[in-house]
Design a binder for this molecule. Sequence first.
Ligand code: NAG
Ligand code: NAG
Length: 396
Amino acid sequence: MKFTALCLASMVAASSALLRVPMKKRSDEEFLANRREVVAARANQLTDTGDVVINNYENAQYYGEISLGSPAQNFEVIFDTGSANLWVAGKDCSSTNCKGHPTYDSSASSDYVVNGTTFDIEYGSGACTGFLSQDTLNVGGLTLPEQIFAEITDASGMGVGYKVGKFDGILGLAFDELAVCGDPNDGGYIPGCVPTPFGRLASTGLIDEAVFSFYLGGLTPDFPANMTGFPGELTLGGIDEDHYTGDLAYVPVSKAGYWQITVDSVGIDGTDFSTADTREAIVDSGTSMLVGPPDAMDQLADKLGAKKMSSTGEYVVGCHKDLPDIEVTIAGVDYSISSDDYMLKDGPICILLMLGMDLGPEGLGWILGDVFMRKYYTVFDMDQERVGFALAKASE
Ligand SMILES: *[C@@H]1O[C@H](CO)[C@@H](O)[C@H](O)[C@H]1NC(C)=O
Ligand SMILES: *[C@@H]1O[C@H](CO)[C@@H](O)[C@H](O)[C@H]1NC(C)=O
C-alpha cells in the first residue's frame, strides 16, 4: 500500500510540486456589517443570557473555491483547520438561511454515489443536520474521486452567520480523528468515520507531502482605501517560501484531532494570562479571533484598558490608545501581536479581535485564530505531526 502511494507521489511530483488555492478575504467593512447583523439577530433570539457566544463561523473571513460532482458544481468554502468534515448545503436544504447559497444537486452529477448516513454537527446555537453523500471533489486543481461529504438539509444551527456569510460550506483540515458522522441522539457520533479530503490527498499520493500551509494575505499600500488587501493562499502539499521571512519554528502537535499545541504563555509586559490548566491551544483558520479562557480574557482586556460589552461579550476600547503587544510564547519562541493586528476600527471605537470562551475540559484554553495566522505564516505538517510558524510577508 505504502509503496503504491510512493510511486504515485513521485509520478505526480514531476508535474506539480505545490498546489495553490487562492483565498479571498471579506473586507473589514463587510466583516463589521456582518457582525452588527449577527449581534442584532442574537439580541432578538434571547437564547443565551449575558454573553452572546459568537460562533466560530459567524465571523469567518477566509474562503476559497472547490467543486463537487461531474460536471462541476462550485462552492465557496472555509478552509477550516478547526474541524475535519466537508459539508455544503444540499438541494433540499429547508432552513431559510440556506437561501442565497448554491446548493449541491446530486441528481445533476454522474459521479454521485448514495451513502445516506446521518450527519449532525452541534454548534452553540443548535444543530446542523444532513446526510453523507459521495462524489468527485476538486480542490486546488486536484481531482479526488469518491470523496464522502455531508449534504446539509437543515442549517438553522448556523443561524444568521450562515445566512449572511460568504461561504457555502466548510472543508475541514483537522486530523481524521475529528471527522464525525452519526447522530448524537441515536447511537452517538462515530469519530473518524469519514476519511478527510486532505488525508486522502496525501494517502493517494496526489500531493507530495502531507503538509499544507496558510498565508492569509496582507494589506496593500493603498490601505485603508483597500481594506481587503492581498489575497491569501492555501498551499497544498508543501510550503511556499515566498510568503514568509526568517525561519520556520516548529512545535509538536500535543494531541492529534485539532491542530493542538502547547503554549508556554500568553502575556502582556511579562504578565502571563495562561495557567497550568489552560496551556493547550488550537491553531484554527476558521476562527477569526484570539479566543481564551473567559477569566484570562477579562484580565487581558482589563490590562489593555478595554471595556466588556455585556450584550455581546466583546471588548471595546478607544482607538487612540497606544496599546501594548500581546506576546504568545510557543516552544520558547515569542510571537507578538500588535494592536494593529488585534484591533478593528468600527467608527469611533475599536473592537478587540478577542473573545473569552470556555472551550471545555482537557486543558484546552486558547484558539490562535486568524488574528494570529495573519501575522504568522502557518505550516500544518500531518506527517510529522507538527505546526510551524514564521513571520508572514506583509505583501508580496
Ligand atoms: C458511508 O460512508 C461512511 C464513511 O466512509 C462509511 O463508513 C459507510 O459504510 C458508508 N455507508 C454506505 C451505506 O455506503
Ligand atoms: C485590493 O488589492 C488587491 C491586491 O492588489 C486587489 O486584488 C483587489 O482587487 C483590491 N481591492 C480593491 C477594492 O481595490
